[in-house]
Design a protein around this ligand. Structure first.
Ligand code: IFM
Length: 479
């Protein structure tokens, strides 16, 4: 496998193109996630999730923000659907809140929860917008966490039960499904670094969680195939485009690539865990959580692979003595997101940066799409998240977010370049439709193409949103 790949661009090296056309069947839309926008966390029988608990814990989220109100999307569904129609979205990717469907993570269905997503799906279809449903975007029912969460194998079995309820309720109208969103974050930030819910800092737990998330994915794919035979089924992974800082960084690149990328792609797409990952983490865990038959369950044919991309990652070997940088873009809460990689140091990269401190690198997206395409022949790809946080303000009723538009232009150009080189890319969903609860950063970071005033809940389409609308209308990158 090629881990590092240099991309030499012959023209438009800054990726600031316009006029590039996308095929008529290329789907352009936007994405959100339940906990980040819905609010109404105690309404209509919803149970508590690990993010309710985590965000209510002092010191865990910037400003003590929680998702209790968020964008109040739960109560503003119709208006938000109209907003999507105004932007001309061809698809809308949303996630379903497990604790709305099963308040304690198992047992009977909470009909009010189903009804909400049913209304959402009907509203999308009525407006000609294709629904793309994600089953899990991090809001595990707290009751399941109390029993061990993703470190407990039982959680994967519960997830299959939940998937069945959702598929039975929405499968007649939803054709495109994603099992998990960014399971790397759930496992390694949730149980390793502790920067995400449930906030545990235990490398062995993170690796067990990783496996049980993989297992949950495989079980859910089987359920979806059975209940919704016409379903297009995928998983969404947040890939790390790992670059070496110098010639001596090869081992550091390999280790982080194994933990961040191949820990999921290898079992899901190729049927087995990478031997080097098992070796690297041998001092952390004995991998006894992998039971006979698990790999066969995890390794399910997929209809496409969902790709989330924001920036690149730079690493080098750490000498074990000098103060160690931790510039991997994830707030470190005491633990490590990288069990078994104590010899690796993350290096701050060249700018420009977004307000997350993430470097802007459209060439990384092109490189990633080329790599995934080469490693998975015949598997279509879709960008299920890409976007940027910047500091926005409304002035004279307008949000002039040139930096976000520029970011999107450059990444759409990168995607187009990859397609020109033969990558079978089917669609591109911008993160995010609305400003929202950005996890550990609370409401201090804005990713939306629509501005949300959190005091009044007023929505204002940003200039970047108008740009996306023109992009969709023309199916070509606008001026
Ligand atoms: O907001 C998140 C989203 O929930 C998952 N992918 C990355 C986004 C930006 O951090």
């Amino acid at each position: 496998m090629t881990i590092q790949m240099q991309v030499h661009t012959r023209d438009s090296p800054d990726y600031r193109d316009s006029g590039l056309e996308f095929p008529a069947d290329f789907i352009i839309g936007a994405a959100t996630a339940a906990y980040q926008i819905e609010g109404a966390t105690t309404a209509d029988g919803r149970g508590a999730s690990i993010w309710d608990t985590f965000s209510a814990t002092p010191g865990k989220v910037v400003n003590g923000d929680t998702g209790a109100v968020a964008d109040d999307h739960y109560n503003r569904l119709e208006a938000d659907l109209d907003l999507m129609a105004e932007l001309g979205l061809e698809a809308y990717r949303f996630s379903i809140s497990w604790p709305r469907i099963q308040p304690t993570g198992s047992g009977a269905v909470n009909q009010a929860g189903i009804d909400f997503y049913s209304r959402l799906v009907d509203g999308l279809l009525a407006r000609g917008i294709r629904p793309i449903a994600t089953l899990y975007h991090w809001d595990l029912p707290q009751t399941l966490e109390d029993a061990g969460g993703w470190t407990n194998r039982e959680t994967a079995l519960r997830f299959a039960g939940y998937a069945r309820h959702v598929a039975e309720a929405l499968g007649d109208r939803v054709a495109v499904w994603t099992t998990l969103n960014e399971p790397w974050c759930s496992a390694f930030l949730g149980y390793g670094s502790g920067s995400h819910a449930p906030g545990r800092t235990d490398g062995a737990a993170a690796l067990a969680a990783m496996h049980h998330l993989n297992l949950a994915h495989g079980l859910a794919v089987r359920v979806l195939r059975e209940v919704v035979p016409r379903a297009q089924v995928s998983v969404t992974l947040n890939f790390h485009v790992v670059r070496g800082h110098d010639d001596a960084s090869g081992d550091a690149v390999r280790r982080i690539d194994a933990l961040a990328n191949r820990s999921f792609t290898q079992p899901m797409l190729h049927g087995g865990y990478p031997a080097d990952l098992i070796e690297d983490t041998a001092a952390v865990t004995d991998w006894s959580f992998v039971l006979p038959g698990d790999i066969e369950i995890i390794h399910q044919p997929l209809d496409f692979l969902g790709v989330n991309y924001y920036s690149t990652t730079r690493v080098r070997a750490w000498d074990g003595v000098s103060p160690r940088e931790h510039a991997d873009g994830h707030k470190n809460a005491g633990g490590s997101a990288w069990p078994g990689s104590e010899s690796v140091e993350f290096v701050r990269q060249d700018g420009p940066y977004t307000s997350m401190g993430w470097n802007i690198a459209p060439d990384g997206l092109e490189q990633l799409l080329l790599r995934l395409s080469a490693e998975n022949p015949g598997l279509p790809l879709a960008i299920t998240e890409n976007g940027a946080a910047f500091e926005d303000e409304v002035a004279d009723g307008r949000v002039r977010d040139e930096e976000r538009t520029d970011y999107l232009r450059r990444h759409f150009t990168a995607a187009h370049r990859a397609m020109q080189q033969g990558v079978d890319l089917r669609g591109y969903l911008v993160w995010s439709l609305l400003d929202n609860f950005e996890w550990g950063y609370g409401y201090s970071r804005r990713f939306g193409i629509v501005f949300v005033d959190y005091d009044t809940q007023e929505r204002t389409i940003k200039d970047s949103g108008r740009w996306v609308a023109r992009l969709i209308e023309r199916h070509a990158i606008p001026e």
